[in-house]
Design a protein around this ligand. Structure first.
Ligand SMILES: [Zn+2]
Length: 446
């Protein structure tokens, strides 16, 4: 990996001591990880208070927006001349998922600094990125850098539980806050290794699969377990679920999925271009590659029964379906109904979100490419598709180009700790990440 750092990479050179910036970021991250925003219950107002203190100390004003007092989100903006447009939003979520402390080396909320890492729940997802964004934001303020687009730092609540107190709340009650030219958020990261091949790759998330959470339910006739009959709700549901599991669906790659694998081929990660046959072959070895080419279904819960010798009168199951981007949820539900082929199985939609991909022919995407090339000569920049979903969806459905771009180069081992045990951020990856994001912002807002 060829990395150029600091003044060598900056044109023109700015008086920035990147080592000091990185040290400050480590100290801030350790402190921020100690702010308990485990969701549920969230308590994200604590994060807003902490961030607010940091911003106030720099003389930066901010706004908070809250559906409930304990669940605020924070927005701060550095104003511009407006010569190039409205604004770039640096988005991050303040909540973190719970941690099983008994399986951790350090207390999950300790922010321990050890062995070259900052440890803690949220170190990567995504308080680490919040601090990278915050440092870039503070540098603009401290250096008084000219802006031709507003630069907005936005820290939102509740991403890990559906965003009802965060971006969805803002979208519904304060839509003007989300108005912008571009958004950078989680949803794509840098990686030292992709599909087992060692080479620095920066993923830029441009599309996400569409979550479609379904509840299947049915009723039957209750009775004594000693006298079986053919109107047992649980048995009917099991038959339906078996048909769902046996459902063979041909693999199909959406244009943005093909573009993603074509870019991996150009980057030398894949030996062949992404023909349908080759993608099918890859899907056999890589569950993620398979998921990208299908409307995936995971059975996630089953509820029925009250007692060992009582035939239950009702049964229900939940399915976590992830549609290929652009796939019509109504069409999928109709196909599912035909596959189950039993009118007594009801299908309810619990949550559905389907958003178009963001284009790559934008000023921000070009700025990201230019910045990465400037800092890591041999890195590839790849427009990627995520199997999961993030707050980007709220912006994409408003037509705002929104990218997942966390410029940390992660090792596979550390990526696997996200939402798992011993989540940690490598300190030596932090300085480069701040520089890459800083140059990106200068390119698109300067
Ligand atoms: Zn996250």
């Amino acid at each position: 990996m060829v990395v150029r750092r600091g003044a060598d990479a900056m044109k023109p050179a700015l008086p920035i001591d990147w080592t000091a910036v990185s040290e400050e970021a480590v100290a801030l991250l350790a402190e921020y990880l100690r702010v308990d925003t485990v969701n549920p219950p969230g308590n994200e107002t604590r994060a807003c208070e902490w961030l607010g203190r940091v911003l106030s100390a720099e003389g930066i004003s901010f706004q908070t927006y809250a559906r409930e007092p304990s669940r605020a989100s924070l927005v701060a903006t550095l104003p511009s001349t407006g010569a190039r447009g409205r604004s770039l939003i640096l988005l991050n979520h303040t909540d973190v998922v719970p941690a099983e402390a008994e399986h951790w080396t350090y207390e999950p909320l300790s922010g321990a600094i050890s062995d070259g890492y900052v440890w803690g729940r949220g170190a990567v997802d995504m308080k680490g990125m919040a601090i990278i964004e915050l440092m870039v934001f503070l540098l603009h303020r401290r250096l008084g850098l000219p802006l031709a687009r507003d630069l907005t730092f936005m820290a939102v609540a509740d991403e890990e539980c559906g965003s009802g107190y965060g971006t969805e709340f803002l979208d519904e009650h304060h839509p003007g806050v989300l108005d912008s030219d571009f958004v950078i958020n989680e949803g794509g990261t840098g990686a030292h290794e992709v599909l087992g091949v060692r080479r620095p790759v920066f993923h830029v998330g441009v599309a996400e699969k569409g979550p479609l959470w379904l509840r299947l339910h049915t009723r039957g006739t209750p009775g004594h377990g000693a006298v079986p009959h053919d109107d047992n709700a649980l048995e009917r549901l099991i038959r339906a679920l078996e048909r769902v599991q046996r459902w063979e669906r041909p693999l199909r790659a959406a244009p943005e999925v093909v573009a993603y694998f074509a870019a991996l081929h150009r980057a030398g990660v894949l030996p062949k271009p992404p023909s349908a046959d080759y993608l099918e072959l890859l899907a056999r070895d890589h569950a993620r590659v398979h998921s990208l080419q299908t409307n995936s279904i995971s059975l996630t819960s089953l509820h029925a029964g009250v007692k060992h010798n009582v035939i239950p009168s009702a049964a229900e199951a939940t399915l976590d379906v992830r549609l290929m981007s652009g796939y019509d949820p109504e069409q999928f539900i109709e196909e599912l109904r035909q596959q189950i082929d039993d009118p007594r199985i009801g299908i309810d939609v619990v949550f559905s979100s389907s958003t178009p991909p963001s284009p790559t022919n934008t000023d921000l995407y070009r700025a990201i490419e230019a910045s990465v090339r400037q800092h890591v000569e041999d890195a590839a920049v790849i427009p990627s598709v995520s199997t999961g979903f993030t707050d980007l969806r709220v912006f994409r459905r408003r037509g705002i180009p929104a990218y997942g771009f966390v410029p940390l180069l992660l090792e596979p081992e550390d990526a696997a700790r996200i939402h798992g045990n011993d989540e940690r951020l490598a300190i030596d990856s932090l300085e480069l990440a701040i520089q890459v994001l800083f140059t990106t912002v200068r390119e698109v807002c300067g």
